[in-house]
Write a protein that binds this ligand. Structure first.
Ligand code: FAD
Length: 326
């Protein structure tokens, strides 16, 4: 989308079980300043449970608040928030989008920026509008030795802002604004439910005797249930490449590799994992390695005892069937 198609400053208002986080008021304070310089509206968006004090965002400076109301937003679930925020931003088309650099904001913002195909400047400490109406995002760099001034050319211009850098917006209960309720996108099977189903009954992956691990070849979080079924039949647990963890499909408790866990099970089944050195660092000492991959040149086959060139969505169900028949 071009610059002209975007207008306004959008603040993502974070909350904790319905209580609005103070960083949201700080962003509204700064957002108001930027919006006034650009002669543009200030928006806020909140994804939250029923009965959030939405008017507070108007008292703190928002001209319009987009409220995606559903009790599922009581829990901070990145994938669910991401889907909803991305669709809302596509609809609202703001020029600037600000997210607090809280633990959740730091995890959410890159997922949203990546899905929108736009840049993200993380951990900003100042934001300015220059003489040609460009947003300048300022953040410390090189161990805080310099302040980098960054101007992104993709829209919306997205930034995460450190908490307690800006003053909270002043509260004015006479301010008026519009509240627009938007319908949430709530997938039928939610990630939290899937994770509940696939979790390994408290077993530590480093102790598992069988690990059935999935990589980027896994298309949706729900498909992890297929690996879980196989792992259960073999008395093991599931594992994952970092790629699946980064995508938010599964927690880092299951990550195998250099920056994850080092495992040495009796059997390691790698499904849709290419075999990057960082992954191999965590599992190459497994007693028996079976790799399933559609690409015959995947490096995982170099260390596998048995390699199956094929689609995991066909091969894994065949394994399951065979084991069930035994
Ligand atoms: P990809 O490399 O994208 O491979 C996906 C594979 O799936 C491909 O080979 C493809 O042919 C196959 N495939 C696709 N569809 C199917 C299908 N339907 N059926 C069968 N096969 C299919 N990675 C880790 O895993 N663990 C770590 O701890 C880790 N630490 C890292 C630390 C650092 C500092 C860095 C820089 C990287 C680290 N990485 C780690 C990332 C690592 O470099 C790779 O990016 C990652 O392992 C790739 O994951 P993947 O194999 O799932 O994805």
């Amino acid at each position: 989308m071009t610059e002209k198609a975007h207008k306004g400053v959008l603040v993502y208002a974070e909350h904790n079980k319905g209580i609005i986080h103070k960083v949201s008021y700080e962003l509204l304070g700064k957002g108001r300043e930027l919006a006034e310089k650009l002669g543009a509206p200030l928006y806020a968006i909140i994804l939250g449970p029923k009965d959030i004090d939405i008017k507070e965002l108007i008292y703190r400076g928002a001209d319009k608040v987009f409220y995606i109301e559903d009790d599922v937003f009581n829990k901070p679930e990145e994938m669910l928030y991401k889907i909803n925020l991305v669709e809302a931003i596509k609809d609202i088309k703001p020029e600037i989008c600000l997210i607090g650099a809280t633990t959740f904001g730091r995890s959410l913002a890159p997922r949203v920026a990546s899905a929108l195909g736009t840049g993200l400047t993380a951990d900003c400490t100042e934001l300015e509008i220059d003489d040609s109406d460009k947003l300048i995002q300022i953040r410390p760099a090189f161990s805080d030795n310099i302040l980098a001034h960054i101007h992104t050319v993709t829209y919306p211009q997205m930034a995460t802002i450190r908490y307690k850098e800006f003053f909270e917006a002043k509260r004015d209960i006479n301010r008026e604004g519009e509240i627009v309720k938007k319908q949430g996108i709530i997938p039928e099977t939610r990630l939290v439910e899937i994770l509940e189903e696939i979790k390994g009954d408290g077993i530590d992956i480093t102790e598992a005797e069988v690990v059935v691990a999935g990589g980027r070849g896994i298309k949706t979080p729900e498909d992890l249930k297929l690996l879980k079924e196989l792992a259960d039949l073999l008395g093991g647990m599931i594992g994952a490449s970092r790629d699946l963890v980064d995508q938010g499909y599964i927690s880092s408790d299951y990550q195998v590799g250099y920056s994850g866990h080092r495992v040495k099970p009796k059997l390691y089944i790698a499904c849709g994992i290419s075999g990057a050195p960082q992954h191999l660092a965590g599992m190459r000492d497994s007693e028996l390695i079976i790799a399933i991959n559609t690409d015959p040149s995947a490096p995982i086959f170099n260390i596998a005892d048995y390699g199956i060139v094929g689609d995991l969505y066909e091969v894994v169900p065949m394994f399951i069937e065979k084991l069930k028949r035994q």
